[in-house]
Design a protein around this ligand. Structure first.
Ligand code: SF4
Length: 332
């Protein structure tokens, strides 16, 4: 099945003004490609500064890429206004880490949802009440009168994120971009929101991008995991392959830092990192290291790694990796 939404070889460099009129270039994202398909969840995993939020914002048409394209059903799209933008956002919606970012905190749940339904013409005056109650039920909230007349700050964190998801669903999207949607919630509510996202994938056949720094939640939720480091996509493929048989040293570092009792195999036996806690920091993207940007932290780095970013090596399972340890074209 062709992708609903895809990034095709997208690069994003920002020009940042410093003191004394100097400018510098922040190389936030290099040659990233990613495909989102109906009824599938793709997780994008990385630390802050890995480029994952930049890629999500490119999908949300908040920036024009320096090179490459964002395509909706095969057609290139670009930031815009008016009708084209309205049409795009009726198909592609974002859910943020902070639900207040998508809800108007001055207005009740009722007002927030009504507005979203009316703006996109998904309900008329007659059926709006019914549509609003239906939305709340789809996100497993009980739409009592008391509830819908509350302000966002009167809700629990989990309820607020459900209302934000309901608001995103109000326009009838095909794609939801979730940027760390559970990281601000109490631990006890996180699983509920992940289960809600999984249900929306299954019942509404949404294409979902799940952005997270937590590879264990990616494994729980997603069919595919893509790992980013310092603006480069380093490894990706079917979630179970990535967890059970990680190839890239950075993926192994992430897994070592996130103990997961269900993970039965550690690639290469024990950890390749002497000390996960002390394995270094991601680089400054205004002056990134050449070649593979992970090389200053990588125990396997060679001159090749410092010289050039490795080509992609594909495995028959669908897993791929950019690392000089795996000769391109070979399967490991
Ligand atoms: Fe390490 Fe080299 Fe692979 Fe980068 S390309 S992860 S530096 S071995």
């Amino acid at each position: 099945e062709p992708p609903v939404l895809e990034a095709v070889d997208v690069t994003m460099h920002f020009t940042v003004r410093g003191g004394l009129g100097r400018t510098s270039t922040v190389r936030a994202l290099e040659h990233a490609s990613l495909q989102l398909r109906r009824g599938r969840i793709v997780a994008l995993v990385g630390e802050s500064g890995s480029g994952k939020t930049t890629l999500a914002r490119l999908f949300a048409l908040m920036y024009t890429p320096t090179s490459g394209e964002i395509r909706l059903r095969g057609k290139a799209v670009a930031p815009g206004r008016g009708r084209a933008a309205r049409e795009y956002y009726s198909e592609v919606q974002m859910v943020f880490q902070d639900p207040f970012a998508s809800l108007n905190s001055m207005h009740t749940v009722r007002h927030n949802l009504r507005r979203a339904l009316l703006i996109h013409g998904r309900a008329g005056k007659n059926d709006i009440e019914e549509r609003m109650l239906d939305l709340l039920e789809r996100v497993s909230l009980t739409p009592t009168k008391d509830f819908i007349d509350k302000l966002p700050h009167e809700l629990s964190g989990g309820q607020r994120q459900r209302v934000a998801i309901a608001r995103a669903l109000a326009v009838g999207p095909k794609v939801i971009l979730g940027d760390e949607p559970i990281s601000m919630l109490d631990v006890s509510m996180r699983l509920d929101i992940l289960n809600l996202l999984a249900r929306l994938r299954d019942e509404e056949e949404l294409a979902l991008l799940y952005i997270t720094h937590d590879i264990a939640s990616a494994r729980y939720l997603a069919e595919e995991i893509h790992v980013m480091y310092a603006g480069q996509m380093v490894e990706g493929g079917p979630a179970e392959e990535i967890i059970q048989n990680p190839q890239h040293p950075y993926t192994r570092l992430l897994l070592d830092a996130s103990p997961d009792p269900a993970r039965t195999v550690t690639a290469g036996g024990s950890s390749v990192f002497a000390d996960v806690e002390d394995s270094g920091e991601p680089p400054n993207l205004a002056a990134p290291p050449p070649g593979c940007r992970f090389h200053p932290r990588c125990p396997f780095a060679t001159d090749d790694c410092r010289r050039a970013f490795p080509a992609r090596t594909e495995h028959p399972t669908g897993q791929w990796v950019h690392c000089w340890l795996y000769p391109s074209g070979a399967s490991a």
